[in-house]
Design a protein around this ligand. Structure first.
Ligand code: HEC
Ligand code: HEC
Length: 381
C-alpha cells in the first residue's frame, strides 16, 4: 500500500484536512519527491494489484502518478471511478461505469499512439479532456480569425551550447568564487498551499547536499523532511520514519545550495532543445535523460541567465507526466543570487505549494541534528 493512498483514505472522515494536506504536500508525490522508477527488477502494477486489465506492464511505482494524472485530466477525484465503503477504498472493484469507460479510453489512447504516432505518447487523456469529463464536441463561436501565416524566414534556430548557457547561469548567480564561499543557508518564510493557506516554513541547507524543511501548521504540529546526504526522514506529529532509498531522488535535486551543481552533473548528456516562454520570459530549455523513463529539464532565462524552472518528466504508458519547480523573486545575498520564491507543482494540485522566503541567512552554523531523524519515541505505534 503506498503512502499516499494511506494518507488519502485516512482523511476521508477526518476534520483535520489541513493536517492531511500538509502531510501530502510534504510527503506525497511532490516534485521534490519525484520517484525515479528505473529499476529493471521493479514489479509491474498487475503483480501488486488485484484487478489490472489494461495497464499491464506499468511499473508499480507509477500507478499513483498515473491515477493522479487521469483524475486531474478529467477534473475529478478518485471517487468518480472508484468506490469506498466503511472499510475504506475498494480500488479493485468495477462497480462504476466510469471506471470501465476509463479502461476503454486507456486502451484507445495506447492504440491511437501505436497506430498513428509511432508509439510516442502524443495523445493523452488531457489532449481531449482538458480538465473536464466532457471534451468539446462542437466548436464554440465566435472564434478569432486565423492570423495570416508568417513566411518562414530563417531555417532552424540556433542556440548557444549547453556549456555557454551554463556559463551564463553561473555568472548570473554571482560566479563560482562567490558560490564557493557559501557553505550553509537558513531560509525562513511562509509555505502557501493550493488553497492559499499559509504556514511558517524553515529550510536549512549545508554543503554539499544536506537539506531539511519544516512546516509548522500550528503549535505542536510540525512536519519536517530531512536528508543528510545519504538517508532521508519524515517527522510529523504522527511519528518519525525513514524515507525509502528509492524515493530520495528528489532531495538530490533540491538539497544543493545552488541547483547548478545538479545540472552540471547532467551536462554530459544534456541538450538545448528549444526556447520556451516561462512567465513572460524567454528561456533556453536544457534537457537530459536521467533514467530509462525520466527526463529532467531546466529553463534558463535567455536575458538574465537565471534558472526559472526545473521539470521532471516521467514517461508512462498513458502519457508524459510532469512535476515542476519554479524559481522567482531572485535577490542577492552575500554576492550570490537566491530565489526567494520557490513554487512546486504536480498533477495533483494538492501536492503543490509555494515557499515565500522573507529572510535568508548564509554561513550560519547549523545544528547537525536538523538533518537527523528525531527520537524514535515520537513514533505513534
Ligand atoms: C477516470 C477514472 C479513474 C479515476 C478518476 C481514478 N482511477 Fe484508479 N483506476 C481506474 C481504472 C480504469 C483502473 C484499472 C486499470 C486497469 O484495469 O488496467 C484503476 C485502477 C486503480 C488501482 C488499482 C486497483 C486494483 O487493485 O486493481 C488503484 C489503487 C487506483 N486506481 C487508485 C486511484 C486513486 C488513488 C485515484 C485518485 C487519485 C484514482 N484511482 C482515480 C480509473 C480511475
Ligand atoms: C481522442 C479524445 C479523447 C481522449 C484522448 C480521451 N478521451 Fe475520454 N472521452 C472522450 C469523449 C469524446 C468522451 C465523451 C464520450 C461521449 O460523449 O459519450 C469521453 C468520455 C470519457 C469518460 C466518461 C465521462 C465521465 O462522465 O466520466 C471517461 C471516464 C473518460 N473519457 C476517461 C478518459 C481517460 C482516463 C483518458 C486517458 C487514458 C481519456 N478519457 C482520453 C474523448 C477522449
Amino acid at each position: 500500500m503506498s503512502r499516499k493512498f494511506l494518507v488519502r483514505s485516512c482523511i476521508a472522515t477526518s476534520s483535520i484536512l489541513v493536517f492531511a494536506t500538509i502531510m501530502m504536500s510534504i510527503t506525497g508525490r511532490n516534485p521534490l519527491h519525484a520517484r525515479v522508477p528505473d529499476k529493471t527488477d521493479e514489479q509491474t502494477v498487475e503483480q501488486v494489484r488485484k484487478n489490472i486489465q489494461v495497464l499491464k506492464g506499468l511499473p508499480a511505482s507509477q500507478l499513483n502518478m498515473v491515477m493522479d494524472y487521469v483524475a486531474t485530466s478529467l477534473g475529478v477525484r478518485c471517487q468518480h471511478c472508484h468506490v469506498s465503503d466503511s472499510s475504506g477504498w475498494q480500488y479493485e472493484k468495477d462497480d462504476k461505469q466510469t471506471k470501465n469507460t476509463a479502461r476503454k479510453m486507456m486502451q484507445m489512447v495506447m492504440d491511437l499512439n501505436t497506430k498513428n504516432f509511432g508509439g510516442r505518447t502524443a495523445v493523452t487523456c488531457f489532449t481531449c479532456h482538458r480538465g473536464s469529463t466532457e471534451p468539446a464536441k462542437i466548436i464554440t463561436l465566435p472564434q478569432p480569425s486565423a492570423k495570416p501565416r508568417q513566411e518562414q524566414t530563417t531555417a532552424v534556430p540556433t542556440f548557444p551550447s549547453v556549456d555557454q548557457i551554463l556559463g551564463m547561469y553561473e555568472k548570473a548567480l554571482g560566479g563560482t568564487d562567490a558560490m564557493k564561499k557559501i557553505t550553509s543557508r537558513m531560509s525562513k518564510g511562509v509555505s502557501v498551499d493550493e488553497q492559499g493557506r499559509e504556514a511558517p516554513v524553515e529550510v536549512v541547507q549545508q554543503a554539499p547536499n544536506k537539506y531539511s524543511a519544516s512546516v509548522s501548521v500550528r503549535e505542536g504540529m510540525q512536519f519536517t523532511r530531512s536528508f543528510n546526504g545519504t538517508n532521508g526522514w519524515m517527522n510529523s506529529p504522527r511519528g518519525a520514519r525513514e524515507i525509502p532509498t528509492d524515493e530520495l531522488d528528489g532531495f538530490r535535486r533540491i538539497a544543493p545550495l545552488f541547483p547548478i551543481s545538479r545540472i552540471r552533473e547532467l551536462s554530459k548528456t544534456m541538450q538545448v532543445s528549444q526556447i520556451d516562454a516561462v512567465n513572460g520570459a524567454r528561456a533556453y530549455v536544457l534537457a537530459a535523460p536521467v533514467s530509462e523513463n525520466t527526463t529532467e529539464r531546466y529553463y534558463i532565462d535567455s536575458a538574465s541567465g537565471l534558472l526559472l524552472r526545473g521539470v521532471v518528466v516521467t514517461q508512462t504508458m498513458i502519457g508524459d507526466i510532469p512535476e515542476q519547480i519554479d524559481y522567482s523573486n531572485y535577490r542577492a545575498v552575500d554576492g550570490a543570487m537566491i530565489p526567494f520564491t520557490v513554487r512546486t507543482a504536480a498533477v495533483d494540485p494538492r501536492d503543490g505549494s509555494t515557499y515565500k522566503f522573507t529572510s535568508v541567512e548564509q554561513n550560519v552554523p547549523i545544528d547537525e541534528k536538523k538533518f537527523m531523524m528525531l527520537e524514535m519515541k515520537q513514533r505513534r505505534r
